[in-house]
Design a protein around this ligand. Structure first.
Ligand SMILES: NC(=O)c1ccc[n+]([C@@H]2O[C@H](COP(=O)([O-])OP(=O)(O)OC[C@H]3O[C@@H](n4cnc5c(N)ncnc54)[C@H](OP(=O)(O)O)[C@@H]3O)[C@@H](O)[C@H]2O)c1
Length: 308
């Protein structure tokens, strides 16, 4: 039976991967997005679009009515332009309430590994607060917590690490590079989200790949695949943040935040559960090397309506 699924951000990153798999299963997909599909987007003709407008609850309810499932990928990477993690929590709560009123059968929500109300990092505290808000709803729900997501041409973080490795003779690694990351393929995240929508698996699970790397080994594998000669240089995290701030204006973007480096170096991007994704980063790399990091992916242009 065809299901109708509303997905936030079909024309963005993870939402696009979820939408593609739902369409492959024969489901009907509606995107909740702030903007119409970018010109030429491959999913533009395949999905309807409703506005992602949190300050109009009635509109949100109408956009969700008639749907069986809601996949929520909405979040902000950092505070900016009057938006902060508290407002992102409030927006998420408004979306869940609207979904309840619209009669959505099940909400699948994307969080992050190691979200915790007492995390030193506001991003992770906010994510935990959204999980609490979701638990308070009457809708059936499941939470998927990804680590560092790779794969797909819409991706920003790994793409820009690759761009820096290609461009610069030296790559500034925060700290000693011995802390670990457990990257997960975007298609595996989508697979887990869709299985969760069907009620398969636990209602709270990490989306993490089969390999754990130290950050140095992760970067070295990336550099090798790209044939990049950039040398890894270990610097205090504060210096790396300052370098990021210095490069930011050159690319008209926010490259990395102190919080993001803190979370990375505190090993928040690994799981303490068995792996749930199956795609190997190392095996994925050779196929991606021809395009990965060729162009800088601009967060501000993509997500903050800035011309970059
Ligand atoms: N990417 C990762 O490595 C990673 C790792 C761990 C957890 N996650 C979590 O996984 C989820 C999906 O991540 P993603 O990287 O795929 O995100 P994304 O596609 O860039 O954005 C997901 C959604 O958030 C909206 N959004 C993004 N920035 C916004 C802003 N500044 N203001 C208002 N709305 C904004 C997008 O709206 P539009 O579609 O309208 O643009 C889209 O609906 C997020 O909850 C994220 O926290 C991601």
């Amino acid at each position: 039976m065809t299901r109708r699924a509303v997905v936030t951000g079909v024309f963005s990153y993870t939402g696009g991967a979820i939408a593609r798999q739902l369409l492959d299963h024969g489901d009907e997909v509606v995107s909740l997005s702030r903007r119409p599909a970018p010109a030429g987007h491959p999913l533009a003709g395949a999905v309807a679009r409703e506005p992602l407008q949190f300050d109009d609850t009635e509109l949100l309810v109408r956009s969700l009515e008639g749907a069986d499932l809601l996949f929520n990928t909405y979040w902000i990477r950092f505070p900016r332009d009057g938006a902060d993690f508290a407002s992102a929590v409030a927006n998420s709560r408004a979306l869940f309430e609207a979904a309840g009123r619209a009669g959505i059968r099940r909400i699948v929500h994307l969080s992050v590994t190691n979200a915790a109300v007492d995390s030193p990092y506001a991003y992770f505290r906010g994510k935990a607060a959204v999980e609490v808000a979701l638990a308070e709803t009457t809708s059936e729900h499941a939470v998927i917590r990804p680590s560092l997501v790779f794969g797909g041409r819409e991706e920003i973080l790994v793409n820009n690490m690759a761009w820096l490795l290609r461009k610069l003779p030296a790559y500034a690694v925060p700290g000693d590079g011995s802390y670990r990351v457990q990257p997960v393929f975007v298609g595996d995240v989508a697979e887990l989200a869709i299985a969760a929508a069907e009620g398969a698996g636990p209602t709270l699970q990490d989306a993490v790949g089969p390999e754990i790397y130290t950050f140095d080994v992760f970067l070295a594998a990336l550099a090798r695949a790209l044939h990049a000669r950039s040398r890894l240089v270990h610097l205090p995290p504060a210096v790396v943040v300052a370098l990021g701030r210095a490069i930011g204006p050159l690319v008209r973007d926010v490259l990395i935040t102190a919080e993001e480096l803190g979370a990375l170096t505190s090993e928040l991007l690994i799981s303490h559960q068995p792996a749930t994704g199956h795609t190997s980063f190392r095996e994925w790399l050779p196929g991606a090397a021809p395009w990965l990091g060729r162009r800088y992916a601009n967060e501000l242009r993509r997500n903050w309506a800035e011309t970059g």
